[in-house]
Design a protein around this ligand. Structure first.
Ligand code: AQP
Length: 330
């Protein structure tokens, strides 16, 4: 069975973007692939997080993984910090990544361009830890949203370089970016990605938003003056974003939705998008409440970490022997 790996960093509450771009696919893939799905808590602290809030977000993220349908019997679910090998391989990856490569990463460049000050060194080097997160498990595929594709490409480059220097050690993973929903945009500014840490939360739907709140955000979504429901991300980015959200959740092709709304107004269209989103949120939230009540989180994380550790420890040992820093045979 081919292996697939992905993670989410709960720097806030998980969003509809995380669900459509990542989680929903993890659930679909877990039947056909050996799925490794971790919570990237080390990546969270590249930007300051209030500790109590972070703890809550981490617990909620695990509960939401399960609530969205990840099954711990099929998928390996764990916290990154429970497998210390990630950080150690991260350092080794940093030693095999060039500054020029990190300088080209658009996520960091965007933050610099916005004039953000006091950016941490961890934020700059986080693609090297991400390479370790991936390569330590030898996955065949890494499903990601559009914004993370560049980091998986860097991972491939570093793995190829490492294999060339030290001999065949890592499998070269493929990024998997879906066609619809790879980049869900903010509802209040459709030129920006829907992000957990968006300043105003009007543009972002959180998976734990009250249905009425989510409905209101969709009804207030920024659109345009074209007055017809069409998929045109350049001229009609807001409507196109709503079409992507609808289609990803309802599985109805975008052309079929636009055909049904021929000659109808945006209000009617938004109402239907809101219904589709709210129905999905209600399902997820009912599961979430049951998972919290059943206290499943600790057990799931413990079992997942044990499975992940056994793979990661073997790989780290192999890497360290290859590069000459390990002198004991294990
Ligand atoms: N808006 C989105 N559309 C589609 N996919 C998305 N993903 C995130 N936002 C969208 C995908 O979800 C996975 C986990 O991402 P992440 O939360 O670890 O990191 P991120 O992409 O940096 O998310 P945020 O919300 O934008 O975080 P902040 O605000 O902290 O920077 C990835 O596969 C990602 O592509």
């Amino acid at each position: 069975m081919k292996r697939m790996l992905s993670g989410i960093k709960p720097t806030g509450q998980l969003t509809l973007g995380n669900y459509i771009g990542a989680l929903k696919n993890f659930v679909r893939y877990q039947d056909d692939y050996e799925m490794i799905a971790f919570i990237a808590n080390l990546h969270c602290i590249t930007v300051y997080q209030e500790p109590q809030e972070l703890k809550k977000n981490l617990r909620d993220a695990v509960a939401l993984y399960l609530a969205c349908g990840l099954d711990p019997k099929k998928a390996t679910i764990f916290l990154q910090t429970d497998v210390l090998e990630h950080a150690q391989l991260g350092y080794i990856m940093a030693c095999n990544t060039y500054l020029g490569e990190l300088n080209r990463m658009t996520q960091f460049k965007d933050k610099m361009a916005k004039g953000e000050t006091n950016l941490s060194a961890g934020l700059y080097t986080y693609p090297t830890l991400m390479s370790a997160d991936i390569l330590i498990y030898d996955p065949d595929y890494v499903p990601v949203g559009e914004d993370q594709k560049q980091h998986v490409e860097l991972t491939r480059d570093v793995a190829i370089r490492f294999n060339h220097r030290y001999g065949d050690t890592f499998k070269i993973p493929e990024p998997l970016v879906q066609k619809v929903g790879a980049r869900i945009m903010s509802l209040s500014d459709p030129s920006k990605k829907m992000s957990k840490s968006e300043e105003s939360n009007k543009g972002c739907i959180y998976l734990l938003d009250e249905p009425a709140v989510a409905r209101k955000k969709i009804m207030s979504a920024v659109t345009d003056n074209e007055a017809h429901v069409a998929f045109d991300p350049v001229k009609q980015p807001g409507i196109s974003n709503l079409l992507q959200i609808h289609s990803s959740l309802s599985n109805e092709p975008i052309e079929s939705i636009t055909a049904r709304f021929e000659g109808k107004g945006y209000g009617e269209f938004k109402k239907e998008v809101a219904e589709v989103v709210v129905a999905e949120l209600e399902k997820i939230q009912a599961n979430y409440r049951a998972i919290i009540a059943e206290n499943q989180i600790e057990r799931v994380l413990e079992e997942g970490a044990a499975k992940a550790r056994s793979i990661a420890a073997r790989k780290l040992n192999k890497v360290q022997r290859r590069i000459g820093i390990e002198i004991r045979k294990r």
